[in-house]
Design a protein around this ligand. Structure first.
Ligand SMILES: NC(=O)c1ccc[n+]([C@@H]2O[C@H](COP(=O)([O-])OP(=O)(O)OC[C@H]3O[C@@H](n4cnc5c(N)ncnc54)[C@H](OP(=O)(O)O)[C@@H]3O)[C@@H](O)[C@H]2O)c1
Length: 162
């Protein structure tokens, strides 16, 4: 599995069940990376999407503990293990939020991190991959700038077997 997220300098990723900032170039990058693939998300991230609706042209998998949960256009699973077992193919993209990133990180071999060069007043965070013993940054883009915010696309790879 792979993980895709935009994180600020403190590895903050959201506030009040919303993103920290609006970066159209990052949304475009997210779309390119996930199009046609399986995307795996927590129930709260689904709620945070426009209209609370699943993303078009992708297989949307939602993780919830609510056994009665149903949503048009979504496959529903009730545990991390079920998500990994049923949808954990190599190309599946973990797309948040903080609870789901944190629990699925150990199943991911690649993390696409948009590193935002700013500190926000976030209330949701993910583990700091720069200090993570099992991940190493292998690529970063030139700096991008939008809405007065500088950010870079980066790629981290698992280094367990090195
Ligand atoms: N920066 C980014 O790239 C990015 C991307 C995505 C999301 N976000 C942000 O992240 C925030 C949302 O993250 P979050 O951590 O609050 O919520 P989340 O991870 O999206 O969803 C949490 C929910 O997932 C379900 N869940 C979690 N662990 C589970 C488990 N082991 N088994 C079964 N169900 C489980 C539960 O749903 P139930 O309560 O229904 O049981 C839980 O309430 C928002 O601010 C959003 O904007 C940021």
């Amino acid at each position: 599995m792979k993980l895709i997220v935009a994180a600020d300098k403190n590895w903050g990723i959201g506030k009040d069940n919303d993103l920290l900032c609006h970066l159209p170039g990052d949304l475009k990058y997210f779309k390119e990376k996930t199009m046609g693939k399986t995307v795996i998300m927590g129930r709260k991230t689904l709620e945070s999407l426009p209209g609370g609706k699943p993303l078009p042209k992708r297989t949307n998998v939602v993780i919830t503990r609510d056994s009665g949960f149903a949503k048009d256009g979504c496959q529903v699973v009730h545990s991390i293990e079920e998500a990994v077992q049923k949808y954990g193919e190599e190309d599946a993209m973990v797309m948040g939020g903080a609870e789901i990133y944190t629990q699925l990180l150990e199943h991911c071999d690649t993390c696409y991190i948009t590193e935002i060069d700013k500190e926000f007043d976030a209330d949701k965070f993910i583990p700091n991959l720069m200090e993570h013993p099992h991940f190493k940054k292998v690529w970063e883009s030139e700096p991008q700038e939008e809405n007065g915010i500088t950010y870079r696309f980066t790629e981290y790879k698992r280094i367990d077997n090195e």
